[in-house]
Design a protein around this ligand. Sequence first.
Ligand code: BG6
Length: 515
Amino acid sequence: MTAPLEFDGGGTEQAEAEEHDVAPAPAQSPPCVLVIFGGGGDLTKRLLIPALYNLACARLLNERFSVVVVDWADNSTENLRAQFDDTMRQFVTQRRAVASQLQEEEWAWLRSRITFLRGSFEDPDTYKALDAVCGQMNCVFYLAVAARFFAPIVLQLDASGLSRETEWSYRRVVVEKPFGSDISSARALNTQLRSVLDESQIYRIDHYLGKETVQNILALRFSNGFFEPLWNRQNIDHVQITAAETVGVEKRGRFYENTGALRDMVPNHIMQLLAMVAMEAPTSFDADAVRDEKSKVLAAVHQLSAQDLVRGQYTAGSIAGRAMKGYREEPDVAPDSHTETFAAMKLSIDNWRWAGVPFFVRTGKRLATRKTEIAVHFKQAPYALFRDTPVEKLTPNIMVLQIQPSEGVTMQFSAKVPGPTVKLGGVRMKFDYNDWFQEGPSTGYETLIYDCLIGDATLFQRADNVEAGWKVVQPALDAWGAGEGELCFYPAGKAGPDAADELLARRKRHWLRLI
Ligand code: BG6
């Protein structure tokens, strides 16, 4: 998390008056070879290369920066560069993640630094060839591969000496999701990685932490005097975390069948959101200070019990007027599949700040809209004053942290409706990122890559954080594995199964509307 206290005021006079607070621009990363294992895949094409291009445009990459793409499939440097040319031009045309005009000079700069190396991930010769390229340079090894290759690659990096750091050069390994498929596999993977790497060399990615709006949660909570005094069980009734998607499983049926919504989203992305909202203030933005606080709050989350959990699966339906297939009709999905595409749950955090405050979570595919947000519902004000007025109920005070696609914060509260009698109306106050900041185009990976190059691990998950997330969901995985837990169905385009509404209704609450 680079230069966290930088102040970049938007267009108002007050903001401009604060410009003396602007921190110096971030420094260029040190010289480095970025080795991408599995570089022929989608992640590299769609996210890593555009992110590197954006970093190049921002002049944050060193003159001695280069990329080696390692893949087992047949390819050549020239061909790979041409493939990336196509993706970049496509992205530019579609205005996806990069500016609407390709900066030819910057792209040529990056393109000329990309080379291809053909090799199997388990063949020592691949690592000999890599060693010749890496020499004494700093290296980041990015594992953009299927999870079964994580340990074999890291063991080969160790056996070949490539992962050994020296006084002059670092060696770091970036591990993508999924980090294990349950608590024991996550622990086993951590043990394997740490048998050959120091924890400080391991950068476990959760791409949610690359989102500006997620990083903003800490800034919002801890740089403003008025939120924190209210941020506790005395004032907050409950919190709702929603990660709703309209997409289905696309071409990932095989992966998703063995994964499901709970594993795919909750121990990782949702737990990160929850930690950001619920953690105590760290003593600094130092990586371990932040991750220690996350660890503490995640350790205080109760393990999920069956009565607090709903699992759903989409059937055929429609979204925005377009007919959608049911999950069981998707490619590579069993016609009697019991994999959940939706999960809703109540989580509790057993500490002084949050005891008694339920955290309701819902996440799913093929829902009515795409929306990720955290809604903090405050306790109601005393009603007595309005007893003799036409006011029947008070509008709940809700603060919504909008993560995506809208980016901002809204506050909902009551105001008097103009007129001779006392009537209240629910109103909203809205902060929208776009109104204040000119955010550059981004894939969400720029900060993560840059932070790894400069050695700032704040936005990466430590071993204990990952295991704490799995620990919370493990009882639910065990119960489902033993055939327990009813699977409820919902038509594509709805807000999930009815049972998700009942989960809150039983506790006299209801979800915020999805649309
Ligand atoms: C990934 C999941 O980790 O996150 C996907 O595997 C999901 O299934 C995606 O669609 C959601 O990410 P985002 O950034 O679109 O919210």
